[in-house]
Write a protein that binds this ligand. Structure first.
Ligand code: NAP
Length: 287
């Protein structure tokens, strides 16, 4: 017998639209006061189809929000030194307020060295060690966009992390790890699970807030969940499916993000919001 879904949907598309409208208003205000529009530089190495699509989407959203975007397209044969030089030049260019270096950059390149060439005040994608450390110490700085989007979703749906058990499945530098750090900063009790976790099912069953960031289609199901859990599915796998089996999880969770339309749209919304914030600080209009 199929069970009826009881969970409320966390609508990332609608929330991302609201955040983007606010960013557009803030961008227009910066332009009115300074004569300069916020500008995001996007750096793309090679022609990986997924990366080309992501960058095109990000640039289109920028345009709609009144944020200029400057694309730097480099050949796949670019060296680490050349890429670092390009990013350094953008870091020093006062007409650029935010820098996005699209991952992946190719196996022959030292990606970390290229990320570290992004000036902290322009790291609107939250990829530098400086940004990660600032986030971990609770200092001002930009957060990694997907975890930032997850926190905004929790806030928008009235989920208070303090005192809750949060379980993050996945520990990548751009997603799992920072998501856990942000939840910890909000006083959740955080458990990280990964490929070497001994009893993943036991940990997941404890979760009041579950963040799935594994990259495996329908890796977690309703049976794995504590009844009433808040389920954030950051996974995005082939066939438009998440890391959580939505149909079964929606019969156990209290709140759940759909895939697509949950975490995905939030990532770009946070990127735009942080670009406008960076421009405001650099152009002296920030409050
Ligand atoms: P990743 O770098 O491949 O990391 C995957 C993590 O999952 C790793 O920490 C890995 O553990 C863990 N893992 C893999 N298999 C596991 C298993 N059987 N049991 C427990 N843990 C396991 O991936 P990512 O970049 O974080 O992305 C994760 C997912 O989120 C992907 O579907 C990706 O497409 C999606 N994503 C979405 C957005 C968005 O904007 N919505 C942004 C970024 C990523 P180890 O560390 O031990 O290897």
């Amino acid at each position: 017998m199929t069970q009826t879904p009881t969970a409320r949907l966390m609508d990332g598309t609608a929330l991302a639209r609201r955040i983007t409208e606010e960013s557009a208003e803030a961008a227009a205000e910066i332009r009115r006061r300074t004569g300069t529009a916020p500008c995001l530089a996007t750096v793309l190495v090679g022609e990986d189809p997924a990366s080309v699509t992501y960058v095109r989407m990000k640039r289109a959203r920028c345009r709609k929000a009144g944020i200029e975007s400057r694309q730097v397209a480099l050949p796949a044969s670019v060296t680490t030194a050349e890429l670092v030089e390009t990013v350094t030049a953008l870091s020093q260019d006062p007409s650029v307020h935010g820098i996005l270096l699209q991952h992946p950059v190719g196996p022959h390149i030292d990606e970390r060295a290229a990320f570290e060439a992004i000036a902290p005040e322009k790291d609107v994608d939250g990829v530098t060690t400086h940004s990660f450390a600032a986030m971990s110490f609770g200092l001002p700085g930009f957060v990694s966009c997907t975890p930032g989007g997850i926190m905004r979703l929790l806030d928008a749906y009235g989920v208070e992390p303090a005192g809750k058990r949060a379980v993050v499945v996945g520990r990548s530098a751009i997603l799992g790890k920072p998501a856990g750090m942000l939840l910890l900063a909000r006083d959740a009790t955080v458990t990280y699970c990964h490929s070497r976790t001994a009893d993943l099912a036991a940990a997941v069953r404890e979760a009041d807030i579950l963040i799935a960031a594994v990259g495996r289609p329908r890796f977690l199901t309703g049976d794995d969940l504590k009844p009433g859990a808040v389920v954030i599915d950051a996974g995005y796998n082939e066939g438009n499916v998440g890391d959580v089996d939505f149909a079964s999880a929606a019969t156990r969770a209290s709140l759940i993000t759909p895939v697509p339309g949950g975490v995905g749209p939030m990532t770009i919304a946070v990127l735009l919001a942080q670009t406008v914030e960076a421009a405001g600080r650099q152009l002296g209009t920030a409050a």
